[in-house]
Design a protein around this ligand. Structure first.
Ligand code: MN
Length: 555
């Protein structure tokens, strides 16, 4: 908790300790250098209305280069009779004072935040407010747009060792600014934007990632220089339920072939006991029935990554031991209900009709078709010329070790953090790692490819002994390639949660950055048999990339 003698950096320790700081060598919230204590005469104050698990107002006073902070469930009031609970919480970095937007769910304090009031404050009866706070009583004047006059914060309970939550009371003196009965909830709009929490939540301009260094924690989702159309955002996607237990039992009960009804669609399934993948280690082989079951069960997590996108597939009807082939054109025997999209720009001989997965039944149909690898387009139907991701593909060479792949992935992490760009890795199910960076609408593939190339070249320059830029595999001397050339319309990377054509049916799996440090991580660690449990336990890390309208910083 705040101590009078400690430096700003020390006072931020608690803020940082509550967040999952990575092992980057970048500084973490050291924007306020040591010993730069400012005269306490008049500092900034801000009150943020924050709808997290519970609504509260965060009262923050600038003290010695950080924001001393109290969470006030009922909010500050001008009513001199009110005594409102104020929980002393960790100091916040000064950069947070202007923040208004959304803290992504799952992160610390997840919810929406508005700048409810702001202005200046000055301590009363002391010139050492940090000492007064440490002593448990602070009298101060506020000059804000809503709040004014003299307030008192007084500690009533130091809180247990465990909770560390000191309880204080916040009250307003009965002075000229006092207004009996004044209720903060009657004044719900932001003094920064005029918007309510609800309006900010619906259309945020900023995201705050408290697990990043303070100077990089705020990510503008509609910064200046945003591409045209960015304000519209990506169209939202529906959500999907999985098959019922009864439906799965009916699949298990089928013979070698038969009709299966799932979510209202009847499918004629064939060769259900055919081995598509040999077993890995001493596991049983994976049959077409197993793949169909997997596609059905993983559908609620997989479909958001496929929906609204044309699909390329890599099919292995004779099993992954035999050569497969690319298949894009929707065949004439496809069911009526299959959603499809016609590529008006197709040249003669090129694929014209693409499947667009939008149901559990579509994924079942694809598995029955032995479409093992699913490669959705990087763009959506709203405009197939606008990528939704900038894609990094760390493609290991024959001599590249897994440790080197991990090292390259961590370099990308550092680079993206340095740029304040949100992205996440996924293992390919084969040997590599990809990094997916969501982008706002309005970019061309040329732009995302150029941006990705710049970042890749910068990363590659730091480890020339690991990287080759040669175009052909034979010229790469067994070295890895950082492949930015996939950022092209109708060039694709394998979908998250798609199976790969290898023994055991390994799966491409999104991971958290910290999982790169897990000694058990391998690029083909998870299979169609094991990834469902992982998703049930920790969810899909890529889910939070969906629909992020991120503007890429200029390089
Ligand atoms: Mn809060």
């Amino acid at each position: 908790m705040a101590k009078g003698s400690s430096s700003p950096a020390e006072r931020l320790d608690r803020y940082r300790s509550m967040r999952d700081f990575d092992r980057t060598e970048e500084p973490s919230g050291e924007a306020a250098p040591d010993g730069e204590a400012r005269p306490a005469a008049r500092g900034r104050f801000v009150v943020q209305r924050h709808r997290a698990r519970r609504l509260h107002y965060d009262l923050r006073l600038e003290v010695d280069g950080v924001l001393a902070s109290w969470a006030v469930p009922k909010g500050p009031t001008l009513d001199p009779k009110a005594r409102h609970l104020a929980v002393h919480v960790e100091d916040h970095p000064i950069e947070y004072a202007d923040f208004e937007g959304v803290i992504p769910s799952g992160e610390y304090g997840g919810g929406d935040v508005i700048v409810w009031d702001r202005g200046t404050w000055s301590p009363v009866r002391t010139d050492d407010p940090a000492a007064a706070i440490a002593g448990g009583e602070l009298h101060f004047d506020l000059a804000g747009e809503k709040l004014a006059g003299r307030f008192v914060l007084v500690r009533t309970d130091r809180g247990g060792e465990r909770s560390g939550k000191e309880q204080w009371l916040l009250l307003h003196k009965d002075d000229d600014d006092a207004q009996p009965g004044w209720d903060p909830e009657d004044h719900p709009r932001s003094v920064k934007s005029g918007r309510t929490n609800e309006e900010v939540k619906a259309d945020p301009e900023s995201l705050w990632h408290g697990d990043r260094p303070a100077a990089e924690a705020e990510v503008k989702v509609k910064a200046e220089g945003a591409p045209e159309g960015a304000s519209a955002g990506w169209p939202p996607l529906p959500t999907w339920d999985g098959p019922t237990e009864d439906e799965l039992a009916a699949l298990d009960a089928l013979g070698a072939k038969g009709r299966w009804t799932v979510q209202g669609h009847e499918l004629a399934l064939t060769n259900l006991d055919k081995v598509l993948f040999p077993g890995r280690d001493d596991e049983a082989p994976v049959t077409k029935r197993d793949l169909i079951r997997y596609h059905a069960v993983i559908a609620p997590v997989l479909l958001p990554h496929l929906a609204d996108r044309p699909l390329n597939t890599h099919r292995y009807p004779n099993g992954v031991d035999k050569p497969g082939f690319w298949h894009k054109e929707v065949p004439s025997h496809a069911p009526e209900w299959l959603s499809r999209w016609r590529n008006d720009e197709a040249d003669p001989g090129e694929t014209e009709w693409y499947a667009v997965p939008d149901s559990v039944a579509t994924l079942v149909w694809l598995a029955n078709f032995a479409a093992i690898e699913l490669h959705p387009w990087t763009s959506r139907l709203v405009d197939v010329h606008q990528p939704t991701y900038a894609l990094f593909d760390i493609d290991p060479g024959a001599k590249t070790t897994w440790d080197e792949v991990l090292f390259l992935a961590r370099l990308h992490r550092t680079a993206l953090e340095h740029l304040g760009v949100e992205g996440l890795p996924k293992v390919t199910g084969q040997r590599g790692v990809q990094i997916w960076v969501p982008v706002a609408p309005g970019y061309t593939f040329e732009q995302t490819r150029a941006w990705t190339e710049s970042v890749s070249k910068a990363v590659g320059r730091t480890v020339p002994e690991l990287i080759s830029w040669a175009w052909t595999k034979s010229d790469r001397r067994g070295l890895a390639r950082l492949d930015y050339t996939q950022n092209v319309k109708n060039k694709t990377l394998v979908a998250p949660y798609s199976a790969r054509p290898a023994p055991g049916a390994p799966v491409s799996v999104p991971i958290e950055w910290d999982e790169l440090d897990d000694p058990d991580l391998h690029p083909d660690r998870w299979t169609v048999r094991t990834v469902v449990d992982r998703v049930a336990a920790i969810g899909d890390p890529f889910a939070r990339l969906l629909g992020v309208d991120q503007v890429l910083p200029d390089l």
